[in-house]
Design a binder for this molecule. Structure first.
Ligand code: HEM
Length: 416
């Protein structure tokens, strides 16, 4: 039997410890049923904020860029911290006409056609790393595989030379880490600056000698006839790393952990009883690696009889919306064959994740490589949860793989 749900008034969603110490399933159900527009009160001088937990309300708010803005931050840490330094320049925290134009540029560089080569490399790398892990018996899937796939992918996308990729991976770990207690804010700040400086140099190089990578395409882009500045290009390169690294990594780790614990679902995948694309969507719904995003109210508006006033913060909780029984049949069941699957993992509306295609390619290639090279796998030790009020998942995952000789000995397997 599950533990009783903590009373809503005792749960502080601004505190990362809340997610480490509580099972919130019951709490979210209570909010969805009884308080769909819930007020998380101020704590220790930190501002209060609204909490939306129902799937439909989250969609409505994501769609509504008239009454809500992302320009004062789009996650609790920046919304509560007084704003985002990239506001009006970095895609995720830009609104209106400039957002529309900037998004067209990024959509172009992240389109399936342009990504064809990147997708092929994702496939080759994933297959090689899973094969090596299976042949050696096991590994820490989080550190040895999941950490490498998204950063290598984004580095290839941006045209980061192979010899710099490990250095950059190390810097992003320090800059963005939510799991390493030895990394303090000063180290993170320094690493963030070093990343920005690294990209500044790369932008200069590409201005002089353009290639066919995303940086070269951004450098050649303009909005309303005005070319993007070096700073605009750098900030948006950085946003691809922030947007695409940890989210994909945590999803892949959760995928392997969940499949190891559910042999029935694994067998359905292994026997080709479920389509990989359908499975990818369920993996995303289940992991919901970004627990929330947020907006600031710009015009007074009302939801379920609650008045939301200009300047107030509204947070949208995927962690709850993706388990909403009003939308999902048996939401607490991991079902790789689930259709339809209107999950919120990539958000919705004008800011819908611009990297969703790439993220899906990464997860699909992981599922296909597992299906081809192993007959099954088990978790052999504890998985270490990360500590955050924004992201959820694990930073370690020891796994033992059973090799599948038929798949390992076969020439490159079919895609689907
Ligand atoms: C936006 C989730 C992978 C780049 C978003 C948003 C969500 C999201 C929920 C909307 C944020 C908002 O409305 O404020 C995810 C998840 C991923 C993933 C769960 C992986 C499983 C990626 C990848 C990239 C990326 C691989 C880049 C290569 C971005 C960018 C935005 C964004 C640039 C801003 C879009 C805009 O504001 O128009 N992502 N993302 N994401 N994502 Fe992703």
């Amino acid at each position: 039997m599950s533990a009783p749900a903590p009373a809503p008034a005792t749960v502080d969603l601004g505190d990362p410890a809340t997610f480490a110490t509580h099972d919130l399933d019951g709490f979210w159900r209570t909010l969805r049923d009884t308080a769909p527009v819930h007020w998380n009160p101020p704590v220790d001088g930190r501002r209060g904020f609204w909490v939306l937990s129902r799937h439909d309300d989250i969609l409505t708010t994501y769609r509504d860029d008239r009454n809500f803005t992302s320009e004062r931050g789009n996650v609790l840490v920046t919304l509560l911290g007084g704003g985002d330094a990239g506001a009006g320049r970095m895609l995720a925290v830009t609104d209106g006409h400039r957002h529309h134009e900037l998004r067209k540029i990024l959509q172009r560089v992240l389109s399936p056609r342009v990504l064809d080569e990147v997708a092929r490399t994702v496939r080759a790398n994933t297959r090689q790393w899973i094969r090596e892990a299976v042949e050696s018996g096991g590994c820490d899937f989080a550190q040895q595989i999941a950490a490498r796939i998204p950063m290598t992918t984004i580095s290839n996308l941006l045209g980061v030379p192979g010899q710099d990729q490990d250095h950059l991976l190390g810097l992003t770990r320090t800059a963005l880490s939510t799991d390493d207690e030895d990394v303090d804010e000063v180290d993170s700040e320094m690493a963030r600056n070093e990343i920005l400086m690294y990209f500044m140099d790369l932008v200069e190089e590409r201005r002089e000698a353009p290639g066919d990578d995303v940086i070269s395409m951004l450098v050649a882009s303009a909005i309303d006839g005005v070319p993007l500045t070096d700073e605009d290009v750098v900030l948006n390169c950085y946003s691809l790393i922030i947007g695409g690294d940890e989210t994909s990594r945590l999803t892949m780790i959760d995928c392997v952990r969940t499949l190891a614990a559910r042999p029935g679902e694994w067998r359905r995948l292994k026997r080709h009883e479920v389509a990989v694309d359908t499975a990818v969507d369920e993996v995303l719904r289940w992991a919901s690696p970004t627990m929330h995003f947020g907006r600031s109210v710009v015009r007074e508006t009302e939801l379920h009889g609650v008045r939301l006033r200009p300047g107030e913060i509204v947070t949208l909780w995927h962690a709850s919306g993706n388990r909403d029984e009003r939308v999902f049949d048996r939401p607490g069941v991991f079902d790789l064959g689930r259709t339809p699957n209107r999950h919120l993992a990539f958000g919705y509306g004008p800011h819908f994740c611009v990297g969703s295609y790439l993220a899906k390619v990464e997860i699909a290639e992981l599922l296909i490589a597992l299906r081809d090279f192993t007959t099954g796998f088990e978790q052999t030790g504890e998985a270490l949860p990360i500590r955050s009020n924004f992201l959820t998942g694990f930073s370690t995952l020891p796994v033992r793989f059973e090799p599948d000789p038929a798949g390992l000995d076969a020439p490159a397997g079919p895609k689907e």
